[in-house]
Design a protein around this ligand. Structure first.
Ligand SMILES: NC(=O)c1ccc[n+]([C@@H]2O[C@H](COP(=O)([O-])OP(=O)(O)OC[C@H]3O[C@@H](n4cnc5c(N)ncnc54)[C@H](O)[C@@H]3O)[C@@H](O)[C@H]2O)c1
Length: 252
């Protein structure tokens, strides 16, 4: 039922984890993926090799400076002449303890907001301007359970960045629907990726599972399945919503 034939989907931060699973799902369903990551080499190049350069185009660019976004977007559009779906997936999850010295604390706040919120905002701007010339398009933004439930004490900046993603997504849906633009947010709980490497090293997978009624940590493919459904256009009237994928660990 889900068919992405000839759709061009840009996925940021897609060399590994959830992003790589989204790229693989897009290609499996007939679409073409622009795989962006901080570098075009390493993980990104490995995924491209697996899928083939015809189906997967790689672009490098560091989102720690959001000013890189217009150029990344232009390179994504140049590949096939257009982009149909934007997936803002790239994100960082780093600790900022209130007892850190101020310089370290402040640097982490700025970096987190730049990568997790400012850069996605710039991508949304580029996408909206492009989609307006094409009669529409789809935006899927990766938020987090933390946007609603909050996070651990040293991740308040992360939670704030993801709450910003939800508010931005709702605003886009409310104001650009008439131009055929739909926007969705996804709020995962625990997903088995390197983002949680430190947590798993300290507490094991069991540490995460004890709060998850489903008794499992989500796999990257669980998120990717939902993203490709939204990217297919089958859920147009759900625009503005956030889909929780957390095994009922936080039901709202
Ligand atoms: N894993 C989880 O449990 C979880 C839960 C909720 C939300 N999320 C969100 O899902 C998204 C993907 O997470 P993941 O678990 O796959 O993470 P991950 O750490 O495995 O992958 C993140 C990707 O983003 C890229 N990236 C990081 N900083 C970048 C930068 N400055 N410029 C360009 N690219 C950069 C990395 O290179 C990497 O490929 C993130 O937005 C994350 O916040 C993840």
């Amino acid at each position: 039922m889900i068919d992405l034939t000839e759709k061009v989907v840009l996925v940021t931060g897609a060399g590994r984890g959830i992003g790589a699973a989204i790229v693989r799902a897009v290609v499996r369903l007939g679409g073409r993926a622009v795989l962006h990551d901080i570098a075009a080499t390493g993980n990104a190049a490995t995924v491209q090799k697996e899928l083939g350069p015809d189906k997967c185009h790689v672009i490098g660019g560091d989102l720690a400076d959001g000013a890189s976004v217009p150029d990344i977007w232009a390179r994504a559009v140049a590949w096939r002449g257009h982009v149909d779906v934007l997936v803002n997936n790239a994100g960082i999850y780093e600790s900022a303890d209130v007892d850190h010295d101020f310089t370290k604390w402040s640097a982490s706040w700025h970096r987190t907001l730049e990568v997790n919120l400012v850069a996605p905002g710039h991508f949304c701007r580029e996408a909206i301007r492009h989609f307006k010339t094409r009669g529409g398009g789809i935006i899927v933004n990766l938020a987090s359970r933390a946007a609603f439930r909050g996070d651990d004490a040293d991740y308040m900046h992360y939670a704030a960045s993801k709450a910003g993603i939800v508010a931005m997504t709702r605003t886009i849906a409310r104001h650009f629907g008439r131009q055929g633009i739909t926007a969705f947010a996804i709020a995962p709980g625990f997903v088995r990726t390197d983002l949680n490497r430190d947590f798993f090293a300290r507490f094991g997978v069991e540490g995460a599972i004890k709060d998850i009624p489903l008794g499992e940590v989500a796999e990257p493919e669980d998120i990717a399945n939902t993203v490709v459904f939204l990217a297919s256009g089958l859920a147009r009237h759900a625009t503005g919503t956030t889909i929780d994928i957390n095994g009922a660990s936080y039901v709202r």
